[in-house]
Write a protein that binds this ligand. Structure first.
Ligand code: KIV
Length: 258
């Protein structure tokens, strides 16, 4: 097993796992210093390309962004999301996972779904592809507004079944998205691999957020998003200063001219 994956699994019940998204080298370089896992999420569809759904993201886009991110990631585990319609059956999933790992040199792939994708995960793991699971709200299949999962008895039972199925298939970790706190706790206590929550309470073994959201670059208004900076303001201020200096001919001064 990949040593970085072993380290992630060993953190369970010892130290919380930190995961953040990155879509390009410069941000990845910063995140790599702090995170355990860097995820090239297909959330880049909405964050960068302003798509209404992650379904419009294709493999080519994911590969190009991951190649860029790879250059900034030295120590963290680098995970790529397989986008919609790239893992509809075992052979398609294996072909695309191999392509992703070969071309981007990422460490693992992430796919959405529970029991539904069990046979696919088993096939990938058998072929030495490290896989991360993702259950709860799964944006590739969600229609309309995001709603939390796992509050009703039926939903809770389904999520538990999904998590167990994924663990048995060989995933090394599972993202729980928008999962009710009690259900996250039950799943986290039940399985031996780590759970990484996004809007799934403090009961998970780790947390993931979209970096652009925590930096204040997006205007996303979702309950679980906490803004740790207002980078938009910083950028605006720098751009405005540049504009003023260009207009007043203070830039470029002698120092910045040949
Ligand atoms: O696409 C993504 O960025 C994700 C995380 C938010 C979990 O799947």
């Amino acid at each position: 097993m990949n040593i970085k994956i072993k380290k992630i699994i060993n953190k369970k019940n010892k130290s919380k796992i930190v995961c953040l998204t990155a879509y390009s080298k410069n941000i990845a370089e910063i995140i790599d210093k702090h995170a355990d896992i860097v995820l090239v999420g297909d959330s880049l569809g909405s964050v960068i390309y302003n798509y209404s759904t992650t379904r419009k993201v294709d493999l080519k886009m994911m590969l190009e962004h991951t190649k860029s991110v790879r250059q900034g990631v030295k120590k963290s585990l680098l995970v790529i999301d397989l986008p919609y319609n790239t893992y509809r059956n075992k052979s398609e999933a294996l072909k695309n996972s191999k392509k992703a790992i070969k071309e981007t040199k990422c460490d693992a792939i992430k796919i959405e779904g529970g029991t539904r994708v069990k046979h696919i995960v088993t096939h990938l793991v058998k072929n030495n592809i490290p896989v991360m699971g993702h259950i709860g709200v799964t944006p590739q299949t969600v229609k309309g507004k995001f709603k939390s999962k796992g509050k009703t008895k039926l939903e809770k039972q389904k999520l538990i079944r999904d998590a167990i199925a994924l663990e048995k298939s060989g995933v090394f970790g599972i993202v729980l998205e928008c999962v009710y706190g009690d259900t996250s706790k039950r799943i986290t206590n039940l399985i031996k691999i780590p759970t990484i929550g996004i809007g799934a309470s403090v009961n998970c073994d780790g947390q993931v957020l979209v970096t652009d959201d925590i930096l204040g670059l997006t205007g996303a208004k979702i309950k679980f998003i906490k803004r740790y900076a207002n980078i938009k303001k910083e950028i605006s201020s720098a751009v405005s200063k540049f504009k003023q200096e260009v207009k007043s001919k203070r830039y470029p001064s002698k120092k910045y001219s040949y």
